[in-house]
Design a protein around this ligand. Structure first.
Ligand SMILES: CC(C)(COP(=O)(O)OP(=O)(O)OC[C@H]1O[C@@H](n2cnc3c(N)ncnc32)[C@H](O)[C@@H]1OP(=O)(O)O)[C@@H](O)C(=O)NCCC(=O)NCCS
Length: 337
């Protein structure tokens, strides 16, 4: 049976770093509050000078992943682009990214699964590979949050946690009987919690997408989040979906060498590790450097975990797990070939 094997990874962050102290200059917050509540020390944000879209950040990450895989863009037979911050309303960022790579006919699919974009993207890549529809797939997660955040004190709970960034993986079909590659995925969504984390405007479900008389400073034009509800959901659902995916994979938690969770809040991931009785060094964190980069977060963590030698050797098993807006949540088990 065909297996989905990661052949290369890449990342790209806009160069400008915004520290917690920088945020203190524009809103009522503190380095201490942000570090204690989230584990974040800094994040990367685009500037007026290097303003660009998520597809542009994704393109740079994709180039690095392609080089690591030894592939040319023309080798790709499918592109999956995950973002909640598309460059423009339409067309999708996958088309723009393919254009940036010099392609003009490779199929490109956008997915809008927010923090679980990479999990849904990998599961989709795997389904395309297993069904024989594709052999070389590029999965990209990329976000430009900073241009849409409420940078006043009103938006501080959301704004301090989000960072811009991108990461990409090249996934290839391999004909092998070995139990390697993407072994199992479990995905979920519950739209009943859509209001817990959303940006409401502009909205196509209104007679006028940008309603008359509503100021562009209206909170509905910015992401709003019921942080405590999402926190509680994450602490409950992440262990649950982990048990589900391990059962599908026919493994137990002791066989996981490294957990690479979505980087939404360090306390969520520490609580997850404690619940599953994992040693601290088995859960990977890089939220301190980047904040929450949403669809980019898991592949960015994967890229750095490989770079740091924490995983990537043949036989190493990693667990990807995350929850975010939608709500969507999920997990997958991957074994390096
Ligand atoms: C956002 C989050 C960090 C807030 O932490 P929290 O401990 O739940 O804090 P609360 O929202 O209860 O707010 C506590 C206080 O801090 C204040 N506060 C919020 N943001 C602040 C900031 N950036 N700086 C200083 N104070 C802040 C609140 O106004 C509140 O003040 P009050 O007690 O006077 O009303 C946390 O809820 C969280 O991480 N939630 C999950 C996020 C997530 O996973 N999202 C999905 C993926 S995107």
């Amino acid at each position: 049976m065909k297996k989905s094997i990661i052949k290369g990874t890449g990342k790209f962050l806009p160069p400008h770093i915004v520290t917690n102290d920088d945020l203190k200059e524009i809103m009522d917050t503190s380095d201490e509050w942000i570090r204690q509540r989230t584990g974040i020390h800094q994040r990367h944000w685009i500037t007026e000078e290097d303003a660009c879209g998520s597809s542009d950040l994704g393109t740079e990450a994709a180039k690095m992943a392609l080089e690591a895989a030894g592939w040319a863009p023309e080798d790709l037979d499918f592109i999956i682009f995950a973002t909640l911050s598309p460059d423009i309303m339409f067309p999708g960022g996958g088309c723009l990214l393919a254009r940036n790579l010099g392609l003009n006919s490779t199929p490109a699919l956008d997915i809008r699964q927010q923090c679980t974009g990479f999990l849904y993207g990998m599961a989709t890549a795997d389904a395309y590979i297993k069904s024989g529809l594709a052999n070389k797939v590029l999965v990209v997660g990329a976000e430009v949050h900073s241009s849409g955040l409420d940078k006043s004190t009103r938006g501080r709970d959301v704004t301090v946690i989000f960072g811009d960034g991108a990461a990409a993986v090249c996934v290839e079909a391999s004909d092998t009987e070995e139990n390697v590659g993407l072994i199992a995925s479990a995905l979920h969504a519950d739209g009943n919690y859509a209001d817990s984390l959303m940006t409401e405007l502009p909205a196509s479900n209104l007679f006028k997408r940008m309603p008359e008389g509503v100021s562009l400073d209206d909170p509905r034009y910015f992401p709003v989040m019921d942080g405590p509800t999402i926190f509680k959901k994450a602490v409950r659902m992440l262990p649950q979906v982990t048990q589900e995916v391990l059962k599908k994979a026919g493994m137990d938690i002791g066989e996981i060498d490294l957990v690479i969770p979505h980087q939404a809040n360090k306390r969520i991931n520490q609580a997850f590790g404690q619940f599953l009785k994992l040693p601290e060094d088995k859960v990977f964190h890089n939220i301190q450097k980047y904040g929450n980069t949403t669809a980019a977060s898991i592949p960015l963590a994967l890229h750095e975990a490989i770079e740091e030698g924490r995983t990537g050797k043949p036989g190493d098993v990693v667990l990807f797990v995350g929850l975010g807006a939608g709500l969507t949540w999920g997990a997958s088990v991957y074994k390096f070939a």
